[in-house]
Design a binder for this molecule. Structure first.
Ligand code: C2E
Ligand code: CA
Ligand code: CA
Ligand code: CA
Length: 281
């Protein structure tokens, strides 16, 4: 048993070592990814559940790694957050997404109120110069601030609710819209909800997933939607995958939906084809 223990220990050490080396490689590669133009944005449509039309898009990052292929954010965002690289990466995302939104608005119709949602990580959210940087990006891309929606997770807001509220007010003053992401997964959210100057919340897909499967989930979603509406906040349901979920969400008067039932995250070229073929605007 002793030698087995030692062997296990060895294997464990080796795994840890490999993992550390791999993380180091990943960090080095990520540092160069921006200048080497390996980062990409995909855009997932957000659909109005009342009209069935596309209301806007959420920008979702991908990394076209030279050896590993197309990497999902789950594979590198944690490393980016740990190393602080999320700050330059996040600024790249903001700039790229704003540029894209402005381009589509101009290209397709000036009256088409297309919005662009961008995820902000906790590290970015606590950067003192975030406000100035967003202001600069809006100016440089000539995007109307109202078209930009910033998604901040409930847990980031709750981490330090006092300073978060101040930051949210400063962001709000820029004219951008603020959304709570992954709502329902943090704590004590309900009591704080009225204090945050937010425009919308996104119900986490774990609740949406169970809609139709158990009655309790429907009750939770109903409670969230009712509370949000009482506070004048609109609701987006994430991860809508089935017609049954859609039916329930409409019955609950949830305003917007996003998920594979409607569209997957799409490349720029596919979005452009979609807009042209649907001619729904
Ligand atoms: P999120 O903000 O909750 O984004 C939604 C995720 O759910 C996306 O995964 C999307 O592809 C996926 N999704 C959409 N519809 C469905 C569905 O019907 N079913 C299922 N199972 N999944 C669906 P993705 O693109 O892999 O992104 C994962 C997470 O990575 C995001 O979660 C977000 O937290 C983070 N992320 C993505 N892009 C950025 C970014 O630019 N900056 C930062 N800080 N984080 C990002
Ligand atoms: Ca582009
Ligand atoms: Ca999001
Ligand atoms: Ca989310």
């Amino acid at each position: 048993a002793k030698s087995l223990g030692r062997a296990c220990h060895k294997v464990f050490d080796r795994t840890m070592h490999l993992r550390a080396v791999e993380l180091l490689h990943l960090e080095t590669d990520l540092r160069r990814a921006i200048e080497r133009q390996e980062l990409r944005l995909h855009y997932q449509p957000i659909v109005s559940l009342t009209t069935g039309r596309i209301h806007g898009f959420e920008a979702l990052i991908r990394w076209q790694h030279p050896e590993r292929g197309l990497m999902s954010p789950a594979e590198f965002i944690p490393v980016a957050e740990e190393t602080g690289l999320i700050v330059p990466v996040g600024l790249w995302v903001l700039r790229e997404a704003c540029q894209q939104a402005q381009k589509w608005q101009k290209q397709f119709s000036t009256s088409f109120p297309l919005t662009m949602s961008v995820n902000l990580s906790g590290k970015q959210f606590s950067q003192p110069d975030l406000i100035g940087q967003i202001e600069q990006i809006l100016q440089a891309t000539a995007l109307d601030a109202r078209s930009l929606k910033l998604e901040i997770t409930e847990s980031v807001m709750m981490e330090n609710a006092e300073s978060a509220t101040k930051m949210l007010l400063r962001l709000k003053a820029l004219g951008v819209q603020l959304h709570i992401d992954d709502f329902g997964t943090g704590y004590s959210s309900l009591s704080y909800l009225h204090r945050f100057p937010i425009d919308q919340l996104k119900i986490d897909r774990s609740f949406v997933k169970r809609l139709g499967a158990d009655d309790e989930s429907a009750e939770i979603v109903r409670a969230i939607v009712t509370l949000a509406h009482n506070l004048g906040i609109h609701v987006t349901a994430e991860g809508v995958e089935t017609a049954e979920q859609l039916t329930q969400l409409r019955a609950l008067e949830c305003e917007y939906g996003q998920g594979y039932f409607f569209f997957q995250p799409l490349t720029e070229a596919v979005v452009e084809k979609l807009i042209l073929t649907e001619q729904q605007w």
